[in-house]
Design a protein around this ligand. Structure first.
Ligand SMILES: NC(=O)c1ccc[n+]([C@@H]2O[C@H](COP(=O)([O-])OP(=O)(O)OC[C@H]3O[C@@H](n4cnc5c(N)ncnc54)[C@H](OP(=O)(O)O)[C@@H]3O)[C@@H](O)[C@H]2O)c1
Length: 198
């Protein structure tokens, strides 16, 4: 994300934390009184088939080692945000990442997990900064879609039976570029019309 992009707007500006849809323009906001550490770039990462399947019976429908490796290398060191159902399917916090779970259940808690109850609460967490990855599932992608700067989508070539599908995002993110190719899938970065391609 070291290349220039057009500013698409301030998404949240609450409690002193600003979420911008770009990072290269951060310097402009330093002069506006924001410190660099206060800026959040929200990205989504997901794997889906051509018919939009992302899950089946609470789990991933496939086991793609190279996609898990892409997920790990991309998200490691950054906060990740997931729905309560996806967390329960993983069953533990993912290491080397700040794990944040979205649930409406005010009493829900789990070791090693920070809990939020609505998307706007993300910006109110202490010391949240830099890239933050929305890692699913379908409900959470939908809930954060207006705030997402770009989506890293592993387009899985084979079809799988599924019961959970990624909501349509293509109208809002009409531009894309291939960033990795593998035997079973290709990773595309999908971005908004007012962002410049990398
Ligand atoms: N292919 C992929 O890349 C990928 C990635 C992630 C997950 N998945 C798959 O997706 C499936 C799970 O997806 P899902 O859509 O069923 O569940 P989910 O998005 O993981 O979690 C849904 C839960 O999140 C909470 N939630 C949703 N919207 C909320 C809001 N606006 N405010 C507060 N809380 C909210 C609710 O929790 P409460 O019920 O506790 O209130 C809701 O039941 C699984 O099969 C999983 O394996 C696939």
């Amino acid at each position: 994300m070291a290349r220039s992009q057009a500013l698409t707007g301030i998404l949240f500006a609450t409690g002193g934390t600003a979420i911008f849809s770009v990072n290269d323009v951060a310097i402009k906001f330093l002069s506006a009184g924001y410190a660099l550490h206060q800026i959040i770039l929200i990205r989504a990462i997901v794997a889906m088939t051509a018919d939009r399947v992302i899950g089946y019976r609470g789990n991933l429908p496939w086991h793609l080692t190279e996609d898990l490796a892409f997920f790990k290398k991309t998200t490691s060191g950054h906060p990740i945000v997931m729905g309560r159902k996806t967390y329960e399917s993983i069953g533990r916090p993912l290491p080397k990442r700040r794990n944040i779970v979205l649930t409406r259940d005010l009493s829900w808690k789990a070791d090693g997990i920070e809990v939020i109850h609505q998307p706007i609460d993300l910006s109110k967490l202490p010391d949240i900064e830099g890239q933050v990855f929305i890692i699913g599932g379908a409900e959470i992608y939908a809930a954060f879609m207006p705030q997402i700067e770009d989506l890293l989508v592993s387009h899985v070539f084979e079809n799988y039976v599924g019961d959970t599908r990624l909501p349509s995002f293509e109208n809002e993110f009409p531009q894309s570029e291939v960033i990795e190719s593998h035997q079973a899938f290709k990773v595309r970065r999908h971005f908004r019309a007012n962002s410049l391609p990398h």
